[in-house]
Design a protein around this ligand. Structure first.
Ligand SMILES: NC(=O)c1ccc[n+]([C@@H]2O[C@H](COP(=O)([O-])OP(=O)(O)OC[C@H]3O[C@@H](n4cnc5c(N)ncnc54)[C@H](OP(=O)(O)O)[C@@H]3O)[C@@H](O)[C@H]2O)c1
Length: 331
């Protein structure tokens, strides 16, 4: 089979290569072998390849945390038997989905309905689950609450805007490109701020005079610091990414006098703490909201596995306007 590998962490467009003579792996008990159809290039994949992610790769390593495929074989166990032959979303906490065949735990493959395209099914978990869990479980946003979010024009940011429209919380969205303002307003954004238009805390207070109680930031550096400085009394900010590698600057006096909380959020760690029933309910919700369009992704381009270097380069390009997808096989 073919697979993408890297021998050392580094810039993705330089360190990735395609191997085409590797034997397909054999599933152990509780595991399934999946023939992959497609897998997205997510920011987490680029960080993993660059050696900047919360999981350290065992080298040589194959990237790919999620995707869609067909279960070809089970290593034994009831769930694996049940999933055999099904088209499934493939969640892989051991990574390795950028390959024609991958192994994962039988409980980490989720059957997807026939009317969901391979593209949408490939992006079933990472962004949709993060958007839902952060807004509904962790921050538990109520109708009327303001949520401030940076990188709002990305695929996850757009899901949050659609969730706000559906559930009644208001979104105050920060973008770095002015052309995204109208697009996000059409999606249902309550307010959109362009970062370069002036100091962020001032722009936020022009919309929400007391500052906001809830914020999420995947950028870090100056943007993340400004998001934190825009919080009002009792405010809470979830940091869920590090798109810039830059550290945050926070004023301790601001935190203590406003009783502000800053927390990290990582879906993989959250999921490990949940019961099976909670995860099944989450999958059901994602499936329904994907069909309704609320948790769907846009796609900018598709590349074959052989062109993985072009794919990762495109994924790292500012203003790419959608997910980059690796097309690996056909149904
Ligand atoms: N913690 C978790 O469990 C978890 C789970 C899922 C995703 N995430 C994180 O969520 C973030 C968004 O993911 P995604 O799939 O939505 O990515 P995406 O579709 O590639 O969107 C990224 C967005 O961030 C903006 N951006 C990139 N670098 C920036 C910078 N230096 N300053 C300001 N804005 C910047 C981009 O702006 P342009 O459009 O102008 O290029 C784009 O709007 C990533 O950091 C990802 O790692 C975390």
């Amino acid at each position: 089979m073919k697979r993408v590998v890297f021998d050392q962490p580094g810039p993705p467009a330089e360190v990735l290569r395609v191997q085409d003579d590797v034997p397909a792996p054999q599933p152990a008990r509780g595991e399934v072998l999946v023939r992959m159809l497609a897998s997205p290039v997510n920011p987490s994949d680029l960080m993993y390849i660059g050696g900047k992610y919360g999981i350290t790769p065992t080298l040589p390593a194959t990237p790919g945390f999620e995707g869609v495929g067909v279960v070809e074989a089970s290593g034994g166990g009831f769930l694996g038997w049940l999933r055999k032959g099904k088209r499934v979303a493939v969640i892989n906490d051991r990574v390795g989905n950028w390959a024609e065949y991958t192994l994962t735990k039988a409980r980490q493959v989720v059957p997807v309905p026939d009317d969901l395209s391979d593209e949408q099914a490939a992006t079933f978990f990472v962004n949709p689950a993060t958007a839902l869990v952060m807004t509904q479980s962790v921050l538990a946003l109520q109708p009327g609450d303001w949520l401030l979010q940076s990188a709002a024009g990305g695929e996850l940011g757009k899901m949050i805007i659609r969730l706000g429209k559906l559930n009644g919380f208001r979104t105050l969205n920060v973008v770095r490109r002015r052309e995204q303002v109208e697009e996000l307003k059409k999606l249902g954004a309550d307010a959109v701020i362009v970062e370069s238009d002036g100091p962020l805390p001032e722009q936020v207070r022009a919309v929400a005079p007391n500052g906001v109680r809830h914020a999420i930031d995947p950028v870090g550096g100056k943007t993340g610091s400004d998001v934190i400085a825009s919080l009002g009394l009792g405010g809470r900010c979830l940091l869920y990414g590090s798109l810039t590698d830059d550290p945050l600057t926070v004023q301790p006096r601001f935190l203590l006098s406003n009783n502000v909380r800053i927390e990290g959020f990582w879906l993989a760690a959250w999921a490990k703490r949940q019961r099976v029933m909670t995860m099944l309910k989450l999958f059901r919700k994602v499936r329904a909201m994907m069909r309704d369009g609320v948790l769907q992704s846009n796609f900018a381009a598709t590349y074959p596995l052989e062109e993985v270097r072009k794919a990762v380069e495109h994924a790292a390009t500012p203003g790419k306007g959608g997910k980059i997808l690796l097309k690996i096989g056909t149904r």
